[in-house]
Design a protein around this ligand. Structure first.
Ligand code: TXA
Ligand code: MG
Length: 329
């Protein structure tokens, strides 16, 4: 683990990390969303080491991180007009644009798909590393496959210690959930994975319709499996206070209230959980969600009961992650 300044990353540390990337190694680094596990996207062997370190199925495509729009264009066989307009508005930032790929990107990166997800991350550390390495970085979230994504360097260490050469520690991630994945290959932009920017916000920026969800036929976003982002404890979700009370949370259980103000006074009904954590608004919930789930596991909690946020558009991405992390209570 190497400490690095989040705003002005030391050139010597970036050079050392770039050297690891240059010889086909894997380096974990902070983006604004979650920590990523990066390797040279143009090298098949380097990209294979990512899948090995994570224990990730190889049909699950990786996002390719670049330092600029200009650099992104170099890996697309076609750069749609929507990509040009949107990139100017949302990059650097938490939106991944899926476009037709060219042959420079190793096909192992995209799990055999003829498209590639590209994004310019917002942290100085991520962009500095890409620039120092001089190559695009294929980088999935730096967690063990199917575990909760990491939002601190300590989370990465806990999952992948011994499997990766270097972790750059620049503190906690500011956004906390993974980027929105937007497919720009078809006539209508399509959100394949909900994220920090919602479909409605993207539609406003693009001044055109944006649809949500995978299209018919084979999954376009194979990483979107039902089981994903799961903690070790039994995690149950409830939509109402009645359902929460029915589960009778006890001292060995934790209750996570998301987007709820009733948490302070649960309608006069006794909820005697060992731990109670309230994530009141969307930004706080996104930023702290994964650390909360990992924290409950570290504390040896038996059951995590999540009181779900409302099914309204602003909560879309947080609900998506919570549904994947839990089973119906
Ligand atoms: O915020 C993020 O996106 C983080 C940071 C590190 O950038 N990365 C991340 O990567 O979440 P990962 O590998 O955990 O998830 C990438 C997901 C895939 O599971 C898939 O759903 C989608 O992005 N994806 C990537 N390339 C794609 C493509 N060519 N077509 C469709 N979906 C793609
Ligand atoms: Mg992931």
């Amino acid at each position: 683990m190497r400490a690095v300044d989040r705003d002005a990353p030391e050139a010597s540390v970036l050079a050392e990390a770039a050297e690891v990337i240059g010889r086909g190694g894997v380096v974990a680094f902070a983006t604004e969303t979650v920590y990523g596990l990066g390797a040279d996207a143009t090298s098949e062997d380097a990209v294979r080491s990512i899948f090995e370190a994570k224990g990730r199925p190889s049909d699950n495509p990786l996002i390719v991180h670049v330092a600029s729009v200009e650099m992104a264009r170099r890996y697309a066989s076609r750069w749609p007009e929507t990509a040009e307009r949107l990139a100017a508005k949302v990059w650097p930032g938490p939106v991944t644009l899926v476009v037709p790929k060219n042959e420079i990107i190793a096909s192992v990166v995209t799990g055999g798909l003829d498209t590639v997800g590209l994004r310019v991350p917002a942290t100085a550390v991520a962009r500095g590393l890409i620039e120092a390495a001089g190559v695009p970085l294929a980088a999935p979230s730096a967690n063990r496959s199917e575990h909760v994504s990491p939002t601190t360097a300590a989370h990465v260490q806990a999952d992948l210690d011994g499997h990766i050469e270097m972790v750059l520690d620049s503190g906690a991630c500011e956004v906390g959930i993974e980027s929105t994945v937007l497919d720009l290959c078809g006539p209508t932009p399509r959100v394949l994975r909900p994220g920090p920017l919602g479909a409605d916000e993207l539609a406003t920026l693009l001044e055109q319709d944006v649809v949500e969800g995978a299209s018919d036929g084979p999954a376009r976003s194979p990483g979107q499996r039902a089981k994903h982002y799961a903690p070790e404890a039994t995690a149950l979700r409830v939509e109402t206070l009645e359902d929460l009370v029915a589960l009778q949370p006890g001292p060995a259980d934790a209750v996570l209230w998301v987007g709820r103000s009733e948490a302070q006074e649960p309608a006069g009904q006794a909820v005697e959980a060992g731990t109670t954590l309230v994530l009141p608004d969307v930004e706080t919930a996104a930023r702290r969600l994964y650390a909360a789930l990992r924290g409950f596991d570290d504390a040896g909690v038996q059951r995590i009961v999540v009181v779900m946020p409302p099914p309204s558009p602003p909560w879309r991405a947080v609900r998506d992650r919570l549904v994947r992390a839990t089973i119906e209570g």
